[in-house]
Design a protein around this ligand. Structure first.
Ligand SMILES: NC(=O)c1ccc[n+]([C@@H]2O[C@H](COP(=O)([O-])OP(=O)(O)OC[C@H]3O[C@@H](n4cnc5c(N)ncnc54)[C@H](O)[C@@H]3O)[C@@H](O)[C@H]2O)c1
Length: 378
C-alpha cells in the first residue's frame, strides 16, 4: 500500500475539526486507492490547537502557518479561516509547493478569487474548493438525472441553502457578520458556493442576474457585554437567466441566514417537461422525482446510503453532514491521484471564480435595481 497523503490544516475552528473527523475515519472507505492522515494543524488560538492533541497522527501544532508550510511532512493543506485571509494564506500554500483544498468562497471578492485562480494555474499544484452537499446520494442522483436528459426541455432550476439561527437577535456576532472579514458579498460568500456547484457542473451558467439582497439585523451582541455592527447581507435571492437551446430558463439561487424553520437546508429542484427532481437535506435520504404521465405524480424514493465512494456503512442507513464531507475529501484525493474517473468532483478554481462573477454582478444588480449581464465562458 502506498504511503498516506499527509494533510495539514490551517484554521482549526468549526471546519478544521470536521476535517479531523473525516480523516480520522478514513478506514470506512472500502478499497479506496489513497490513504490519508492529518499530521499538522495551525491555529492562532491555543485552545483551538489543543483540541487536536487527541488526534494521534498529529505531530505538529503551531500558531505560525509558515512553520506548517515549511514542513516536508505535509503534502496537502486545507485552509479554513475568515475570508479576508483567504488570498494571503492560499498564495502562501501554493508558494510552499503544497496542494490545496481551499474553503469557500475562495477569496473575499472577485479580485481575490481571480488572483488565487491565476496562482493555482501557474503553480501547477492541485487546487480545489470545498462544497460537500452534492456528495450526498440525493444530489448525486439529481445530477445524473439532469445530465442524462431526464427532465426533457428544462423549465426552471432552483438551488439554495437556508439557515435560521440568525433569526435570534441575541445571537453573538462573529467574523461572518462583518464586511471587513466576511466580504461585501455577505451571505453569498457563506452559502453561495453550495448553491452553484451542481448547476455550474451541469454547465448551467447564468447570462444575467437580478438580485434581491436583505440586511435585517444591523447590530448584534459582541459577546463582551456590548453591541457590534453587522453590515453583511443576511439573505440573497438571485433570479438568473440561463440560456438552453436558444431559450431563456429561469434559475434561482437562494441563500438565507434568516429562513424561518430551516436549520441547515441545502436544496436543489430541477423541473422539465418530461421529468423533475427535488432534494432537500431536511429529508436526507429522500429523492423526489417526477415523470410526465397521464397523472401528475411525484415519486418518493428512499435512497439509503450510497455515496460516490463505497463505505462499510449499510446501504439502508441515513447519510448526514460528516458523510458528505468525507465523500468530498475522497473525491479531492481521488482526483489528485488521477483516479476520480467519471465521478463528481470538487469545485474547480474556474467554477469558484465564476461564482464570484455572479455574486459581483448580484451586488451591482441590487444597488442599481436592474438585471446585470454575467461574464460569459471566456
Ligand atoms: N464547507 C462548509 O460547509 C463550511 C461551513 C462553515 C464554514 N466554511 C468556511 O470555512 C472557513 C472557516 O470557517 P469556520 O466556520 O471554520 O470558521 P471558525 O471561525 O470556526 O474557524 C476559523 C479558525 O481560523 C483560525 N485563524 C484565524 N486566522 C488564522 C491564521 N492567520 N492562522 C491560523 N489560524 C487562523 C481562528 O482562530 C479559528 O479557529 C470559511 O472560509 C468559511 O466560509 C465552510
Amino acid at each position: 500500500m502506498s504511503a498516506p497523503v499527509r494533510i495539514g490544516i490551517i484554521g482549526g475552528g468549526l471546519m478544521g475539526r470536521e476535517v479531523a473527523s473525516a480523516l480520522g475515519r478514513w478506514f470506512v472507505l472500502n478499497d479506496f486507492p489513497v490513504q490519508a492522515e492529518l499530521v499538522a494543524v495551525c491555529d492562532l488560538v491555543e485552545s483551538q490547537r489543543e483540541w487536536f492533541r487527541q488526534v494521534p497522527t498529529v505531530k505538529l501544532l503551531t500558531a505560525d502557518h509558515h512553520e506548517l508550510l515549511a514542513s516536508p511532512e505535509v503534502d496537502v493543506v486545507y485552509v479554513a479561516v475568515p475570508h479576508n485571509l483567504h488570498q494571503t494564506l492560499y498564495l502562501d500554500v501554493l508558494k510552499a509547493g503544497k496542494d490545496l483544498l481551499a474553503e469557500k468562497p475562495f477569496g473575499i471578492d472577485l479580485a481575490a478569487a481571480r488572483t488565487i485562480a491565476r496562482a493555482a494555474e501557474s503553480s501547477g499544484r492541485f487546487v480545489r474548493c470545498s462544497s460537500e452537499f452534492p456528495f450526498l446520494p440525493g444530489p448525486q442522483r439529481a445530477f445524473q438525472f439532469a445530465r442524462e436528459g431526464g427532465v426533457g426541455t428544462l423549465l426552471e432550476v432552483r438551488s439554495g441553502f437556508h439557515h435560521s439561527s440568525d433569526l435570534d437577535p441575541t445571537k453573538v456576532a462573529n467574523w461572518k457578520r462583518q464586511v471587513r472579514t466576511c466580504g461585501e458579498i455577505g451571505v453569498m460568500g457563506d452559502l453561495g458556493m453550495h448553491a452553484v456547484h451542481v448547476p455550474f457542473r451541469l454547465g448551467w451558467v447564468p447570462r444575467r442576474v437580478y438580485a434581491q439582497l436583505q440586511k435585517i439585523y444591523l447590530e448584534r451582541p459582541d459577546g463582551k457585554g456590548g453591541m457590534t455592527v453587522c453590515d453583511t447581507w443576511d439573505n440573497a435571492l438571485l433570479h438568473t437567466d440561463l440560456e438552453v437551446d436558444g431559450r431563456d430558463v429561469p434559475m434561482r439561487f437562494e441563500m438565507k441566514r434568516l429562513a424561518p424553520g430551516e436549520t441547515n437546508s441545502w436544496f436543489l429542484e430541477i423541473l422539465g417537461t418530461e421529468g423533475g427532481v427535488k432534494f432537500n437535506t431536511r429529508e436526507p435520504k429522500t429523492l423526489w422525482t417526477f415523470q410526465r404521465g397521464k397523472e401528475q405524480t411525484w415519486n418518493r424514493t428512499d435512497l439509503g446510503f450510497h455515496g460516490p465512494f463505497p463505505t462499510i456503512t449499510g446501504g439502508i442507513f441515513e447519510p448526514g453532514f460528516p458523510d458528505c464531507f468525507l465523500q468530498m475529501w475522497a473525491a479531492y484525493l481521488a482526483e489528485r491521484a488521477g483516479q476520480l474517473g467519471d465521478r463528481f468532483g470538487c469545485v474547480t478554481p474556474a467554477e469558484a471564480v465564476r461564482s464570484h462573477e455572479l455574486f459581483a454582478a448580484a451586488l451591482e444588480s441590487h444597488s442599481e435595481k436592474r438585471a446585470i449581464e454575467c461574464p460569459g465562458d471566456s
